[in-house]
Design a protein around this ligand. Structure first.
Ligand code: HAM
Length: 426
C-alpha cells in the first residue's frame, strides 16, 4: 500500500519540535497575561461571512486564499485564515462589549488556513499566536501592543529583529493617498505585474508591497503617505514612535509597509528577521490599529476600534532553531526504570506509577531486558536517572540509582527513595 502524505502545505509537528511550539505559545501566553490579556478560543470553522465582513474583500486572503466550502446543509463555511475576525464575531455573539471595563483584551493561539503557494516559511496550515485589544482608542495601547510583540520575541531569545513601522493614516488621509496612487500608477500599470493591475482596481495601497523586484523602481517613485497625512494622524504616529523610544524598543520606519488585510488604519507594523544562514522566512509578526470591523458585525460605533497582531509560530520556530535558541527546551525523561528479570516487571510497573504520582516522568520497559540494552535505550530517551533492581533487591528494600549524566551510582533504601530523588532531581 502506498503511504499517505500530509495534504500539501500542511506538516506534522513531532516530539521535540512540538515541545518547542508549546514553549513558544506558553511564553507568549505569559507575556500577554502580564499585559492584562485574557485567553479566548474561537472556532476554526466560521460562516464565510465572518471573514467577508471583517477582513475586507480587497485582501488577497479573502479573494484567493480562503478554504471555503459548502457543508452538508449547503451553508458556506470557511477555515479561519486569521484570528481577528473570529474574535470580533465572538465579541458580538457573546456581547463581550457590554462591560464598563474597556478595552477588551484577548489573546489566542491556534491553527490557521490559507491556500497559498507553499514555500520557505509559508504553509497552508500554520499556527498563529495573537492578540486583539478592542474598544479604546489610544496611542498608548497602540504602542503597548507593539511592545508586547517585541517583548515576547525578546523573551524567546531573539536579539536581531527588524521591527518595521508605518502609518496608513485616518480614513480621509488614506482615501486621498489612494487617489494619488491611482493617478500615479494609472499611466505606469502596463509596466507592472498582473497582480498589481488588480491591486490598482481594488486597493492601490497593496501595490506598495508588491514582491516582484521589477516593480520596485516604480514603487520607489510613487507618492508618499506622509505627504497625505492629516495633522492628527501625523501627530498620532509621532507619539507612538516616541512611546516606543521611551520603552527602548528599536524600530525602523518603512513607508512601503501597508499590510495585506484591509481593516488597518493609522499604525501598522511587522517584525522581520534574517536567519544566520541568510534565510528570509517573511514577517514573523504583523499587526496594527484598525477601525470599522465591529460595526460591520452590527456592533456599537463608540467601541469600534482596536489594535492587535499575530505571529506565525512556524516562522518563529524556524528562526529560533537557526539562531540556536531551542537547546534544552524539549521535555526530558526523569527516570528510566530497569527491572532485571521477569519478576521485577510487576513491581517496576507499580514503582513507575508511584514516581509519576510524585511528579516525575518515568518510563518502564514491560519486557525484561539486558542492562546494556536498557542503558542504550535510556540514553536515546535522554533519561536523567536510572533505577535498577531485581527481585532480590526489592525484597531487601533497596534499589540502585544511577545519575546518567555524572555516571555515578548509589544504593538507595526504597523508603528513602522519594527524599533521595527530591534532593537530586529537583
Ligand atoms: P498576517 O500578517 O496576515 O496578519 O499574519 C500574521 C503572521 O502569520 C505573519 O506575520 C506570519 O508570521 C504568519 N503567517 C501568515 N501567513 C502564513 C503562512 N502561509 N505560513 C506560515 N505563517 C504565516 C494577520 O493575520 C492579522 N490577523 C494580524 C492582526 C491581529 N492584526 C490585528 N490583529
Amino acid at each position: 500500500m502506498p503511504t499517505i502524505n500530509p495534504v500539501k502545505g500542511t506538516h506534522d509537528i513531532i516530539a521535540d519540535e512540538a515541545d518547542v511550539y508549546s514553549y513558544i505559545e506558553s511564553v507568549f501566553a505569559k507575556e500577554a497575561e502580564s499585559f492584562g490579556y485574557r485567553h479566548i478560543v474561537t472556532p476554526v470553522l466560521e460562516h464565510t461571512e465572518v471573514f467577508d465582513r471583517a477582513t475586507g474583500e480587497g485582501s488577497d486572503v479573502v479573494r484567493k486564499e480562503m478554504y471555503t466550502f459548502l457543508d452538508k446543509a449547503e451553508r458556506s463555511v470557511t477555515l479561519r485564515p486569521e484570528g481577528t475576525a473570529g474574535v470580533m464575531r465572538s465579541i458580538m455573539t457573546n456581547k463581550l462589549y457590554a462591560t464598563p471595563d474597556m478595552p477588551l483584551k484577548y489573546y489566542y493561539s491556534g491553527t490557521t488556513y490559507r491556500y497559498e503557494r507553499p514555500q520557505l516559511g509559508r504553509y497552508r496550515e500554520f499556527r498563529q499566536i495573537g492578540v486583539e485589544c478592542v474598544g479604546e482608542d489610544s496611542v498608548y495601547l497602540d504602542a503597548e501592543t507593539v511592545a508586547l510583540a517585541a517583548r515576547t520575541l525578546q523573551k524567546l531569545g531573539f536579539k536581531d529583529l527588524r521591527l518595521k513601522i508605518n502609518t496608513l493614516g485616518d480614513k480621509a488621509s488614506r482615501e486621498n493617498y489612494k487617489e494619488a496612487l491611482r493617478a500615479f500608477f494609472a499611466t505606469r500599470i502596463d509596466q507592472m505585474c498582473p497582480d498589481c493591475h488588480e491591486r490598482l482596481r481594488l486597493n492601490p495601497l497593496r501595490i506598495l508591497d508588491c514582491k516582484v523586484p521589477e516593480d520596485h523602481a516604480l514603487v520607489a517613485d510613487a507618492p508618499k503617505m506622509k505627504d497625505y497625512l492629516s495633522p492628527e494622524s501625523l501627530e498620532r504616529y509621532q507619539k507612538t514612535l516616541d512611546l516606543l523610544r521611551l520603552l527602548d524598543i528599536p524600530f525602523e520606519e518603512d513607508d512601503t509597509l501597508v499590510r495585506g488585510l484591509d481593516y488597518y488604519g493609522e499604525i501598522v507594523f511587522e517584525v522581520h528577521c534574517i536567519s544566520p544562514e541568510g534565510n528570509d522566512y517573511g514577517a514573523i509578526c504583523g499587526g496594527g490599529h484598525y477601525e470599522g470591523i465591529l460595526t460591520n458585525f452590527g456592533g456599537p460605533k463608540e467601541i469600534d476600534v482596536g489594535v492587535g497582531f499575530a505571529m506565525g509560530v512556524e516562522r518563529v520556530y524556524a528562526l529560533m532553531k537557526e539562531f540556536g535558541l531551542i537547546g534544552g527546551l524539549a521535555s526530558t525523561l526523569d527516570i528510566y526504570l530497569m527491572p532485571l528479570g521477569e519478576e521485577a516487571i510487576r513491581p517496576a510497573y507499580e514503582l513507575g506509577d508511584t514516581l509519576r504520582g510524585l511528579g516525575y516522568s518515568a518510563l518502564v520497559p514491560y519486557k525484561p531486558g539486558k542492562l546494556g540494552a536498557y542503558f542504550k535505550k535510556a540514553e536515546r530517551k535522554g533519561a536523567r536517572y536510572a533505577i535498577i533492581f531485581g527481585e532480590t533487591e526489592l525484597q531487601n528494600g533497596f534499589v540502585q540509582v544511577k545519575d546518567l549524566t555524572k555516571q555515578q551510582q548509589e544504593e538507595v533504601n526504597l523508603k528513602e527513595l522519594p527524599d533521595y530523588l527530591a534532593a537530586h532531581l529537583r
